[in-house]
Design a protein around this ligand. Structure first.
Ligand code: NAP
Length: 462
């Protein structure tokens, strides 16, 4: 049956980059459309607020783009509304032609090795949320006062952020929007050395060149690469020449350059280790003491790509703390299909399917990390959202949309006593946080609990 989908009503679950890029693409396709963004937190922007490091304000500046999208007359924000608690997927389906799940990946990937539950072993995702004042993570405690040495597993850009926050001078962070509790703890930190453990070689490091170069430019930190760690084997050399990205070539060149730099004479060190994979964490009285790593070698897989292979040689590295930075992971949303193996919403080109290989669920879509997994830079989500909206446009043209009743979900929420935060509420809170920050000589002083946020929002409503 052909269903009228005019005006086009779209609900987006989430308010991070992919949610905003979805709204942008919908408005581009039909300026008369309405797009409502729902977030369980009272504040928008997902990982731009809760993930991007506080000393990377140039990246956080992308919110200017999102503010423009929010200025569209068809845009609404409903913060402090959790789908699966306050509203169900069925509620959304009764009010919108199309629903887009863009709730990202909130959890972390586990190493799955013995000792992971020892005191002193942390998920980088918790640390990142903690220093960014994310309400879910404000209660975490990191024992930085007693620790000198840290192992950091994984060498993606999250690992780079964690290394930089652990090693940089707190004065470098003080004028940013770092959470007050985190700055206070970092000021007492005794951490002097971070060992970055990569399971592949220097040519396959997952960080972006400018991220590692930025650490080397910190006034207090040497990036140290031993000769064996910096060695690019023949297989990787051939692979770099044939298909290595420019960033991988630049990483390899930089790391080899650091071999010549040696230990350096700065007080703190980032030691880049390669071809080591953690196999066990050892502790004493329940507290981490060392990490056992297995040395790896690179072997070509069927298409010639170098892959790590265990050598059977082990090494114990004594450390006080260990951070796992091996990736985010999606968590299921009630009423929304979930692929537990990949930790994403199962989909075919953005169209949600009931299960992997199963039928499409008409009117339900996904974008961003919960569509494709936790990879890519912020801009990657723009292309990702556009391709989802292309599928939505095609389905709308073909009449394959939901058949919502003619009501406004705002009145449903009102009827249920749900205290939804509007965009105007957020703008007032934004101005409040900024003003509080200015008083303290910072860009922003974030409120870090939902209760505090809601109390302030009520006060600001007047
Ligand atoms: P990532 O880039 O996928 O890096 C994950 C790292 O963990 C890789 O080094 C990976 O090694 C390693 N790893 C995975 N499983 C492992 C295991 N079982 N044992 C040992 N090592 C393991 O993920 P991410 O750092 O979480 O970043 C997520 C995305 O956000 C990335 O696209 C990143 O670029 C982006 N991001 C960007 C910025 C920025 O632009 N400043 C900041 C933060 C995040 P292999 O490579 O061998 O798989």
């Amino acid at each position: 049956m052909q269903v009228s989908s005019s005006p086009w009503r779209v609900a987006v679950v989430g308010s991070g980059p992919s949610a905003f890029y979805t709204a942008e693409a919908v408005f581009k396709a039909d300026p008369a459309a309405t797009v409502d963004l729902f977030d369980r937190l009272p504040v928008p922007f997902g990982l731009v607020r809760g993930g991007v490091a506080p000393d990377h304000q140039n990246i956080k500046g992308v919110v200017k783009v999102y503010n423009k999208i929010a200025a569209n007359p068809g845009f609404r924000f409903f913060g402090n509304v959790r789908i699966g608690r306050d509203l169900t997927v069925a509620d959304l389906a009764a009010h919108y032609h199309q629903i887009v799940y863009a709730f990202g990946c909130e959890s972390d990937t586990k190493l799955g090795i013995p000792g992971e539950d020892l005191a002193g072993v942390y998920a980088a995702t918790d640390f990142v949320g903690w220093y960014n004042g994310h309400p879910d993570h404000r209660e975490h405690r990191f024992d930085l006062q007693e620790a000198r040495t840290v192992a950091l597993v994984g060498n993606g850009n999250v690992a780079m952020d964690v290394a930089r926050i652990l090693l940089a001078s707190p004065d470098h962070l003080a004028p940013t929007d770092i959470a007050g509790h985190a700055l206070a703890t970092l000021r007492t930190s005794q951490v002097k050395e971070v060992s970055l453990l990569g399971r592949r070689g220097p040519a396959q490091a997952a960080f972006s060149p400018k991220e590692i170069e930025e650490i080397a430019e910190l006034p207090d930190v040497d990036v140290v690469v031993g000769a064996a760690d910096g060695h690019v084997d023949a297989l990787s050399k051939a692979w770099l020449e044939k298909e290595g990205a420019r960033s991988q070539q630049r990483n390899a060149e930089f790391l080899q350059g650091q071999v010549a730099h040696g230990e350096g004479n700065k007080p703190k060190k980032l030691r880049c280790r390669f071809l080591v994979g953690p196999t066990e964490l050892h502790g004493e009285s329940g507290r981490l003491r060392s990490v056992r790593v297995q040395h790896m070698e690179l072997v070509a897989d069927a298409d010639g790509t170098p892959r790590p292979k265990a050598t059977g040689k082990f090494e114990d590295i004594e450390v006080d703390l260990l951070f796992k930075a091996i990736g985010y992971r999606g968590v299921p949303c009630p009423g929304v299909p979930f692929d537990d193996k990949k930790g994403i919403v199962p989909n075919v080109e953005g169209r949600v399917v009931e299960n992997v290989g199963g039928p499409v669920r008409t009117g339900h879509y996904t974008a961003g990390w919960c569509k494709r997994g936790p990879t890519g830079l912020i801009g990657t989500n723009s292309l990702c959202a556009k391709s989802t909206v292309d599928a939505m446009k095609a389905d709308r043209a073909g009449g394959k949309v939901l058949a919502p009743a003619n009501g406004d979900i705002a009145s449903v929420m009102q009827g249920r006593g749900i205290d939804a935060v509007s965009w105007a509420d957020w703008q007032r809170l934004d101005a409040f946080e900024t003003a509080q920050g200015q008083k303290a000589g910072k860009l922003r002083e974030k409120l870090v609990s939902v209760t505090e946020m809601m109390q302030r929002i009520h006060a600001l409503r007047g």
